[in-house]
Design a protein around this ligand. Sequence first.
Ligand code: ADP
Length: 477
Amino acid sequence: MRKTVYLKFILAYVIFGILSFVMISSYGSSLMTETARHRTARKTYSEAVKIAQTYASDLYNTDISLESAQRQLEAISVYLQSEIWIMNPSGRIVINTANEPDPEEEVVVEGFDPTVTGGSYYTVGKFFSHFEEDHLSVLAPITRGYKTRGYVVIHCPLSMISEEADSYLNVSYIILLILFLLSLIILIFFTEIIYRPLRKIIRATEEYAAGNMHYPLNVESDDEMGYLSASLSYMASEIARSEDDQKKFIANVSHDFRSPLTSIRGFLEAMLDGTIPPERSSHYLQVVLNETDRLTKLTNGLLTLNNLNTRGMLLRRTDFDINQTIRRVAASFEQTCRSKGISFQLVFSGEILYVNADEEKIQQVLYNLTDNAIKFSRNDSVITIETSEKGSKVYVSVKDKGIGIPKDDQKMIWERFYKSDLSRGKDKKGTGLGLSIVREIIRAHNENINLISTEGVGSEFIFSLRLSEKNNELEEE
Ligand code: ADP
């Protein structure tokens, strides 16, 4: 493929050269011959008219002698490189610059007809079979008192005109050659601007196709080629990144599945072989149950994330009261809160606050955030959940007085399976998927979620939602 583009371009270049040559040598040649004929005819005719009005007229008026007129016309004929005649209307040649006048011999052009030029002012041919080769002949009448006394006839050999045309043609060939050589610059540009970058790009795509996504592709030009290569190398880096992510993801999943499975197996084996006495087995069965809970949670989290990640996540948007949803979520944690002495403080901007979102998914967001807040809160502390209205948005904040999140971890907590070192001791059941799910849901709503947290003081997660127009209807009522 590589060779073909280049060869095609060279082929086009050669075809261009051949066609230009053929055009000039055929059409150009006839055009130039025609032009040379017209030019010579025009020039010769005006000379003939001048001669008819001066020397020839003088001759007929007997103002100058035949010899003297002959000399003058010979000089002009040398200059014109043509044969000049003065002839009577009957066809008798009075003066012929090609021959000395001979009064004894009378030369008559047989069949002479002054209308031979037709509508034009020149004729091409052997002039009534007088010449052996073709001539371009012009005729100018010598008049006196409205009577034609004779004609000035100038004959220019066609071979001379062809020579002139040929010299024009040669100049055209030289110009064509120069243009052809100059157009080599286009070939150089093509090679440098298109062909070389294209080869680099093809080489890189071959490497990418073979799986070498880290192959460097550098085309440093700010044109389409540069843009294409930048897009390609961006694509490759994205694929490489997603491959890495996938590997990391699978490693994490396997790890998170393996540890509960190992501990379940360990306890069960110990119970079977009697290492754990039967009277203690109920305690360890509870541990095994907890581990299976963790596995279930992990599987559910993965399934949720997988569903959320599917492009164009389907949201079932409705107008619902976010305050009511918060109350419901808080109530579902009542039992857990009681055991830790944690209480909720719900701060709402009004009794009812409608938002436009997918209720089920937002409930999941609130559930995950509240679950984290409780897990990482100190005993006997307060968790504040607050809603506020600003413009067309509603901001929901979940704030705890817990262990907080170290600055370095704040960016990482949104990643799947990420658990900060601080939290590991406190939360053995965590999967590290909760916040990834939260982020995906908020993103799908085209909204934002932010975190403000200080280590040892507490954390606050704030996300935005679209205010529903239903609130306006409520106000109007
Ligand atoms: P998990 O299910 O393990 O809680 P998340 O994705 O919900 O996973 O959270 C990831 C990590 O972010 C947690 O392991 C914890 O380190 C940190 N984190 C999340 N919420 C809080 C919070 N309210 N206070 C302190 N740390 C938190």
